[in-house]
Design a protein. Structure first.
Length: 382
């Protein structure tokens, strides 16, 4: 898994910091406190109204040792996760530790805005995201609701199928922009992105569910996702994209413009008119990063009920291998020897130390009641 080195005399792998297992494919996650404490969000109780959130980017302040920044998706108007396609907004929050609890400092984008992914670039910081931040108007036509969901209470969505229909994904293509700021504290400015030679028929969402790596020369390499691509492509296909700079022109890349189709016992290789998907299976929530050895890695949400943490690796960032080992699950061990099983655990991000080792896993998790969710930060051992 490019997460260690083989030691011939031991006939075993020595894993890099942050990883474990026979093939160094499992994140070395540390036990959590027995009391469930969201990094961002408020569990609804009789004394406190619930605040739901769903994943974040995390960064340590470059100047203050005891200051951490989180850029997180919060569900507005007291709603839960079922409302994310309308009520998600992007918030900047801070805390004294990576585990929080984080306190809101500023609302960067109103609903609907989602999937904030922070990247350091020359001259400042960029937040990639999806959504138009226009009051959930774009994508509402013909859905039965224009604007945000309002039938919510205490961090949950009431009768979401009837009162909170999902928008269509026209907003994905309509609002391809990022936020830029010279500092983590703003001011943040929206800046449009451009695309060239883009296969809009198949990679139909532009940059979505993405996780950019910024090279030393400014070049961007990232994954993106399409949804409902024409058969026989995966329904949620993952593509590789690049640009000469974060504000340059993005296009799809890939070594082999082919993909494998399996129907029963038969296997067939089909050609495409351009680069095909990076993987032969459907996934979402991509997060790409480089480790200290210079290898590329990515985490995904795999839609398995338990083994949710998909992992892929690459030597050059172009040719990728999907690991057979699950990087993490929705089961979390506690310091008291107990186990917490979350209904969903998605939107993975990792925080890397100065040597490129993962030290924290950030995910969105669901927890009763109903569709309440919060942002979870778990330590990763050396």
């Amino acid at each position: 898994n490019l997460n260690g080195r083989c030691v011939a005399e031991k006939n075993a792998c020595e894993c890099f910091k942050g990883w474990k297992g026979d093939d160094c494919g499992v994140l070395n996650l540390l036990p959590m406190p027995d009391d469930i404490t969201p990094a961002y969000g408020v569990i609804p109780t009789a004394d406190a109204p619930g605040v739901a959130s769903w994943g974040a980017s995390l960064l340590k302040d470059p100047e203050e040792d005891d200051l951490w920044h989180m850029f997180v998706s919060e569900m507005d108007k007291g709603c839960g996760l079922d409302s994310w396609g309308r009520n998600s907004k992007i918030v900047h929050a801070t805390a004294q530790t990576a585990f929080g609890p984080f306190e809101k400092q500023e609302e960067l984008l109103p609903l609907f805005a989602h999937e904030p992914t922070l990247a350091r670039v020359d001259g400042g910081y960029v937040i990639y995201k999806i959504g138009c931040a226009d009051g959930a108007i774009t994508g509402s036509n013909g859905t039965g609701l224009v604007g945000p969901c309002t039938s919510c209470a205490n961090g949950t969505t009431i009768d979401s199928q009837d009162t909170c229909p999902a928008p269509d994904q026209v907003y994905e293509r309509a609002c391809q922009d990022v936020l830029f700021s010279p500092t983590l504290n703003g001011p943040w400015k929206r800046m449009n992105l451009s695309f060239s030679s883009w296969d809009w028929a198949r990679a139909n969402l532009g940059l979505e569910s993405h996780g950019p790596v910024i090279m030393p020369n400014g070049t961007v390499l990232t994954f993106t996702r399409s949804w409902g691509s024409p058969a026989p492509l995966p329904w949620s296909a993952i593509w590789l994209a690049t640009a000469d700079s974060w504000n340059g022109t993005y296009h799809l890349v890939g070594e082999e413009p082919k993909f494998v189709v399996k129907q029963g016992a038969a296997t067939e290789t089909k050609s495409t008119d351009g680069p095909g998907p990076a993987f032969q299976t459907g996934m979402e929530d991509t997060h790409m990063f480089m480790n200290g050895a210079g290898y590329f890695h990515a985490l995904f949400h795999t839609w398995d009920d338990t083994n949710v943490g998909g992992h892929a690796y690459s030597r050059d960032g172009v040719k990728w291998t999907l690991s057979n080992t699950t990087a993490y699950t929705n089961h979390v061990e506690t310091v008291g020897g107990n186990e917490i099983v979350y209904g969903r655990r998605e939107r993975p991000h990792v925080f890397l130390d100065d040597e490129g080792n993962p030290t924290h896993l950030i995910t969105g998790v669901t927890y009763p009641p109903a569709d309440f969710s919060f942002t979870h930060v778990q330590g990763i051992g050396a």
